[in-house]
Design a binder for this molecule. Structure first.
Ligand SMILES: *[C@@H]1O[C@H](CO)[C@@H](O)[C@H](O)[C@H]1NC(C)=O
Ligand SMILES: *[C@@H]1O[C@H](CO)[C@@H](O)[C@H](O)[C@H]1NC(C)=O
Ligand SMILES: [Zn+2]
Length: 400
């Protein structure tokens, strides 16, 4: 499982890959500069497992309908309300019985936080969606679910605040310049509830929050003449993080339509490491399918997870889950055991993931000019800008 990907870092191969990316016709997507990659804020003490402001409060049992779930819900909501006042927050509630609820409905609460250009009409704005589930599994008793998915929630929280000022700066510049009719994308974060099965995984016992949300967003209709007909169709990509925080992850590429974005993540990992901005070391890159073409990635629906109800309705999915291919247990060794706790997290890896998600979001939302170390002054030229003319531009055709 570990050896299959050796050699991916061969320099010639990297050059070929880079050329290949440059040659994709009409594709365009501005790479973030080295200067920005080196100056991104780190989570530092906020990821401390004992008293860190972001991660520690999530590291407790949070089974839907229990006080732990309410406490974590409040933590996430309060974070957005206090740290990210420009974000809109909404709770999506649903109820369902479960195999162990003895006929009593259990309440599931998805947390949806979004930020759009201030002039945008609801229905006219596509959004990058970052998603992780915040519930934890009922069994084993005391299960924490640190990689599953406390740490991914914290990674997203860090990414949200790290791009927030740049979003403000970008949209203010567009507004002042009168460019409010141009394409601008928003961002939406979903902290999903009820991902875990209560008894054993099945279509009915799993994905409680995601199934209810996908169904609602499919049937809800945006105002007449909207660019996007439903809230579901305004999802540019559904980027789901799950089972992240163990050392040396293996992230496979599952979907042809988003394989190009998967490659972007692989390129960012490579660049972070080359710039010595990653704390973790790894014997092999995290994204072993980066050198594959679309046609070489396996045709499957991937792994059962919160994306499935969205995938079935045609949403483009980027599933970032640590799962090896081949025989044997694909997930990290602590998966669904009592050992999936704070102490088993590899904190360097957790931090690095938060940087990678931040950089990816900044690239996707084209924030390079606004992410500079000086705090997003777009007229400040820094060293990184001189690379821009060599960077590839890609039009996100399939999403626009
Ligand atoms: C959804 O549930 C939350 C938390 O239980 C509650 O505060 C909120 O009012 C509910 N929202 C709606 C629209 O029912
Ligand atoms: C940005 O930097 C330029 C050049 O250093 C300066 O003239 C300008 O006032 C700055 N703008 C903001 C909004 O800080
Ligand atoms: Zn799980």
């Amino acid at each position: 499982m570990l050896s299959a990907t050796g050699g991916l870092y061969h320099p010639l191969l990297s050059i070929c890959l880079a050329l290949f990316l440059l040659l994709i016709p009409g594709e365009a997507y501005k790479d973030i500069s080295d200067a920005t990659l080196t100056s991104l804020p780190r989570p530092n003490g906020d990821f401390d497992i004992h008293n860190g402001a972001l991660l520690a409060p999530i590291l407790q049992p949070r089974v839907p309908g229990t006080p732990g779930a309410t406490a974590v819900l409040e933590h996430l909501v309060n974070y957005v309300r206090t740290t990210l006042p420009n974000w809109h927050i909404e709770l999506h509630n649903s109820t369902s019985t479960t195999p162990v609820s003895k006929g009593t409905p259990v309440k599931f609460v998805n947390i949806i936080a979004s930020r759009d250009p201030p002039w945008a009409n609801k229905g006219d704005i596509g959004r990058l969606n970052l998603v992780a589930h915040y519930d934890s599994k009922l069994e084993p008793t005391g299960f924490i679910g640190a990689i599953d998915s406390a740490a991914p929630c914290a990674m997203i929280m860090h990414a949200m605040r790290s791009i927030d000022a740049a979003l403000t700066a970008k949209w203010e510049k567009m507004r002042v310049a009168g460019h409010t009719l141009e394409d601008a994308e928003g961002i939406q974060v979903i902290f999903m509830d009820g991902e875990e099965a209560f008894q054993s995984w099945s279509d009915d016992d799993s994905l409680y929050g995601a199934r209810a949300l996908a169904e609602q967003w499919d049937s809800e209709v945006n105002p007449a003449l909207s660019t996007y007909k439903t809230p579901l169709s305004s999802i540019s990509v559904f980027m789901l993080l799950d089972l992240l925080g163990a050392k040396d992850p293996t992230i496979q590429s599952y979907f042809e339509a988003t394989h190009w974005a998967y490659k972007k993540l692989a390129a960012l990992e490579r660049r972070f490491r080359a710039l010595k901005q990653f704390k973790s070391t790894t014997p092999r890159p995290w994204f072993p399918d980066a050198a594959k073409s679309e046609s070489q990635i396996p045709k499957s629906l991937g792994i059962g997870d919160d994306h499935v109800p969205f995938l079935h309705r045609g949403v483009e999915i980027l599933h970032i889950i640590d799962a090896a291919s081949g025989s044997g247990m694909p997930f990290p060794a602590v998966w669904h055991t009592i050992d999936d706790d704070a102490e088993h997290l590899d904190m360097d890896t957790v931090e690095d993931w938060s940087m990678l998600v931040t950089a990816f979001a900044a690239e996707w939302l084209e924030l390079e000019e606004y992410m500079s170390a000086s705090g997003g002054n777009s007229s400040t030229k820094d060293a990184g800008h001189q690379n821009e003319k060599h960077s590839n531009w890609a039009r996100k055709t399939e999403f626009s």
